[in-house]
Design a protein. Structure first.
Length: 394
């Protein structure tokens, strides 16, 4: 058994000054003691300078794109349409892909990530996930160019879903985005195991042209899709925004993770929250800055007290897979968002989104959340500094 203490502990619910965490060799929390800042000299106590927080939950990544670091140019000013154009033409499957995926998984562990929601279009990442210490919820992602291709595409997703189930890995079949899933395919995804409380993830309002496409089938995104063989007549887009189209097909009983939301407005937040209590707004700020050079109105979501989560996205649009770096980017751009709210997004909210909050997300008796130490923490302003670093303790 280990006994850990630090200047501060954020349990996921409150901040303790010089509290003590007892943890057994399996990482299970035995007890959490609030010393109210009065820590007497205690034997066998590990004391750290900084703040202890629960293990991070990365609610959006694509492990299988781990070999694409730096492959997609981000200086063309074309935003997401340009990114899609490039990723479709440049995506390849090199011989060392497994090695790259393995390295990315290890990197996430080093950065204090204990669980992840990971998108898969192929089965390339499954073996790494099976062996990893990270808990993975795999989102088997589906999209295609036309209704005619829907069955073939869905069957491929179902095959991958079955492979994961046979490996005892948690999985769900999910749509890629409102603009890339034709009616027939979206209905097949919606109907699949619809009696269960599923976890669904969908890329949402990542570019301004997404809503424009939904409304008029015009704009740069429409042009790129048409160019890539998408038969836009098969997309009826029932709604006036990408969000409305997604909600039209999705089931309000499922956990719905809306990814990016870079162009979501106040009325979109209202629409989604009115639709369901199980909406999770996932932000991947470094990917947004890479692709669109624009951040979502993140403070607005915090002001509305909706459930916010953090994702790293992939190496195709990021230079590292670190939840802490995402949090630092948010702090730098929106210092008004409190540290506690950010950590809650990166831990407990993510655990709820992935339905694993019985084990992860907060430092509480009986849970095995993982424990990270954040050093170079600004303990006067209670905020992250650009030089803040992470060390995995448990
Ligand atoms: Zn993504």
């Amino acid at each position: 058994m280990r006994r850990l203490s630090a200047d501060f502990i954020f349990t996921g619910k409150n901040i303790l000054r010089k509290g003590i965490i007892e943890v057994d060799k399996n990482g299970t929390i035995i007890s959490v003691t609030d010393t109210k800042g009065k820590l007497d000299e205690q034997q066998s106590l590990e004391f750290y300078n900084g703040i202890l927080v629960p293990g991070f939950i990365n609610t959006h990544c694509h492990l299988e794109l781990s070999h694409m670091k730096g492959m997609i140019k981000n200086d063309t000013g074309r935003g997401l349409p340009g990114f899609i154009d490039e990723i479709i033409s440049k995506r390849n499957f090199p011989e060392n892909l497994q090695e790259k995926i393995n390295k990315a998984d290890k990197e996430m562990q080093m950065k204090g990530i204990v669980a992840a929601g990971d998108i898969s279009n192929t089965d390339d990442s499954f073996i790494v996930k099976k062996k990893s210490k990270i808990y993975y919820q795999t989102f088997v992602e589906s999209f295609t160019v036309s209704n005619e291709k829907a069955e073939e595409n869905f069957k491929q997703a179902e095959d991958n879903y079955r492979k994961l189930k046979n490996m005892h890995l948690p999985a769900s079949i999910v749509p890629h985005a409102a603009y890339s899933v034709p009616d027939k395919l979206y209905r097949m995804i919606s109907d699949f195991e619809s009696g269960k409380k599923r976890i669904i993830s969908v890329h949402n309002q990542e570019t301004s042209d997404e809503d424009l496409l939904i409304q008029s089938k015009k704009g740069a995104l429409a042009n790129v899709l048409a160019d890539k063989g998408f038969f836009l007549d098969d997309f009826s887009y029932p709604g006036s925004t990408a969000l409305e189209v997604n909600l039209h097909y999705l089931n309000k009983n499922d956990n719905i993770l809306l990814i990016h939301n870079t162009f979501s407005k106040e009325k979109d937040i209202k629409t989604a929250e009115n639709f369901s209590e199980n909406i999770f707004w996932v932000f991947c700020p470094l990917s947004n800055l890479y692709i669109e050079k624009k951040l979502p109105n993140i403070p607005l979501f915090f002001k509305k007290s909706v459930k916010t989560c953090i994702g790293t996205d992939s190496y195709a649009s990021n230079t590292e897979l670190s939840v802490l770096s995402e949090l630092k980017a948010i702090t730098e751009n929106f210092p008004e968002i409190s540290f506690e709210k950010l950590i809650e997004s990166a831990t407990l909210n993510g655990a709820k989104a992935l339905q694993i909050d019985r084990r992860y997300g907060s430092i509480e008796k009986g849970k095995t959340p993982g424990i990270n130490l954040i050093t170079s923490f600004d303990s006067i302003k209670m905020t992250l500094k650009p030089e803040s670093k992470i060390k995995v303790l448990v």
